[in-house]
Design a binder for this molecule. Structure first.
Ligand code: MCA
Ligand code: AMP
Length: 508
């Protein structure tokens, strides 16, 4: 089965029912299906065929959704890029993936133009910009109107539908190849365990370029025949108002979003009526026990926490029934997912002991794009090595708790940052001799990116603001250090290995 075909079938069944209300504009299932058909014709005319990668760097918009579904419907592979990526980052993704087409807007086109010309990648803009001489979607769509060609859904099952780049411990991002089978299996599991139906109204406030906002929230809703109320940006006050006024039943967010929502709640003179709301779901980063309790005390809702990864989609979830949700725990494996916890030698640990979480199931990705060795390293006997540490509670039905990570990863506001990538950029700064990047606890973002820097001889001091600006030119803003600390020497052990834990203790 092809995911776009599955959604097309839902669209045929639900016709005039509202599918997405984007910033107040209503798109029925039939409207979406029609647009997807037109976009498919355009993509075909642009030469896209089975297996071709199409990269998008767009703000949250309906065009993103039409392009993505259309691309999958003709066998293309979607490469969603974070809207905040800078030119060097985008260059790597387009060239590593060998994308045939790059779709963006005028502003980003102007920023990336020399790079795009250098790569020679075909580029299409979503909006018309008089001063930019690049073909626009609207022009192509006008011409496509008269065409009657149908989508033929040539890819399915183990064919790749989406490549999502995940940062790598070595600093180089890896393209996770996610198949139609992966997406559909996970989507069906979530529909069942969260009792998702056509009666649901989901408030969508997440970005569309990641697993959480795209696979879980958007695909999930369209598959269930529900209605999505979509906001372009997350604004806490507006969320509370919309949940009440639109009779929403479902919402998904990262812990930073729930933290901001509960802060906002305390300020509201009149609390919203959430009588239609079924469930608030959290993931992408650990939800603290405190935040769970604060949200429950304020709103009466026990947030449902689940655990996922780009490479695997969703793995575990707390119970649909509020009493079965335990703060600090990510619940139990989804019906289609097998999970085990192993020690450093790959042997299953005694229940209750901490080890690495290994995963198996139809949700597990196909491998890293053109990185067979990295793919091999990440599997052992058919089990995917998550790099997350966890344990199971034998006295509570083997309930799963995450207990840290074996991979060096910072999660800030639900976005992943690998320290190596930031260290590599910082080390190109003229004043920096060496540095260490780490996540320090932060109430808003969970962890905040912090850099500890040793200056080169001859540089007695440096301006932290200038160093942060240096990073912002080269890296998406969320990856850039929020704080810079200076130190004479980085702590190392007898083997010369840097002791980041000491630095974390020193500066937290
Ligand atoms: C924004 N900023 C951040 C972050 N977001 N800094 C660190 N971490 C962040 N997450 C910075 C911006 O660079 C900017 O800095 C300033 O904050 C304000 O930016 P703005 O765009 O206004 O931010 P915001 O609207 O307040 O965004 C906060 C947010 C957003 C809503 C929490 O980060 C967000 O939507 N996060 C969700 C990410 C997500 O969907 N993750 C799922 C990945 P300056 O002013 O200095 O430029 S999928 C995944 O992890 C797995 C599969 C899973 O299990 O789901
Ligand atoms: P990503 O690479 O963006 O897919 O991020 C996946 C990582 O996010 C996982 O390997 C976990 O470390 C983390 N993660 C996702 N959901 C949770 C959760 N509910 N609790 C703790 N960590 C989580």
């Amino acid at each position: 089965m092809n995911l776009a075909l599955k959604i097309h079938e839902v669209a045929v069944a639900y016709g005039s029912k509202p599918a997405i209300i984007y910033e107040g504009k209503n798109y029925s299932y039939a409207d979406i299906d029609k647009e997807v058909g037109r976009y498919a014709v355009v993509l075909k005319q642009l030469g896209i065929g089975v297996g071709d990668r199409v990269a998008f760097q767009l703000d949250k918009c309906m065009e993103f959704i039409f392009l993505h579904l259309a691309n999958m419907s003709i066998g293309g592979v979607t490469l969603p890029l974070n809207s905040g990526y800078k030119t060097d980052e985008v260059e790597y993704f387009i060239s590593d993936s060998g994308s045939s087409l790059f779709i963006t807007d005028g502003e980003r086109y102007r920023a990336h133009q020399p790079m795009l010309k250098k790569l020679g990648v075909k580029t299409v803009l979503i909006n018309s910009e008089s001063e930019v001489e690049v073909v626009t979607l609207s022009t192509l769509l006008e011409a496509a109107e008269a065409e009657t060609k149908h989508r033929d859904f040539p890819s399915a099952d183990d064919d790749v539908a989406i490549i999502c780049y995940t940062s790598g411990t070595t600093g180089l991002s890896k393209g996770a190849m996610i198949t139609h089978r992966n997406l559909i299996a996970n989507m069906v599991d979530l529909k069942n365990i969260w009792q998702w139906t056509e009666n649901d109204i989901l408030l969508h406030i997440l970005p569309l370029f990641h697993v959480h906002g795209l696979f879980v929230a958007l695909h999930g809703s369209l598959n269930a025949g529900s209605t999505v109320i979509m906001h372009e940006r997350f604004e806490p006050g507006r969320v509370w108002k919309t949940l009440a006024e639109e009779n929403c039943t479902l919402m998904m967010g990262v812990p930073t979003i729930y933290q901001r929502l509960v802060n906002e709640w305390d300020k509201l003179p009149n609390k919203p009526d959430l009588s239609e709301m079924r469930v608030f779901i959290s993931g992408s980063a650990p939800l603290s026990v405190n935040l769970f309790a604060r949200f429950e005390d304020a709103t009466g809702f026990r947030i449902l926490e689940r655990y996922g990864m780009t490479e695997t989609g969703m793995n575990t979830s707390n119970s649909y029934y509020p009493a079965g949700r335990k703060p600090g725990s990510v619940g139990f494996p989804l019906p289609g997912v097998s999970l085990k916890i192993v020690d450093g030698k790959g042997r299953e640990v005694v229940p209750g002991e901490v080890g690495e979480v290994l995963l198996k199931g139809d949700n597990i990705f196909k491998g890293y794009w053109q990185m067979p060795e990295k793919t091999m390293e990440s599997f052992v006997d058919g089990w995917f090595r998550s790099g997350d540490l966890g344990y199971q509670d034998p006295y509570d039905g083997m309930r799963i708790y995450l207990a840290g990570r074996s991979k060096e990863l910072i999660i800030t506001g639900g976005y992943n940052v690998y320290p190596k990538e930031i260290e590599t950029v910082l080390e190109t700064h003229t004043a920096v001799k060496e540095c260490a990047v780490m996540g320090l606890p932060d109430e808003d973002f969970g962890e905040k990116v912090t850099a500890v820097i040793v200056l080169k001889e001859g540089f007695e001091k440096a301006d932290p603001v200038e160093i942060i600006t240096f990073c912002k030119v080269r890296l998406a803003a969320y990856k850039c250090p929020k704080t810079i600390q200076f130190i004479d020497e980085l702590p190392r052990n007898a083997m010369g290995k840097m002791q980041k834990n000491q630095l974390i203790e020193m500066f937290k």
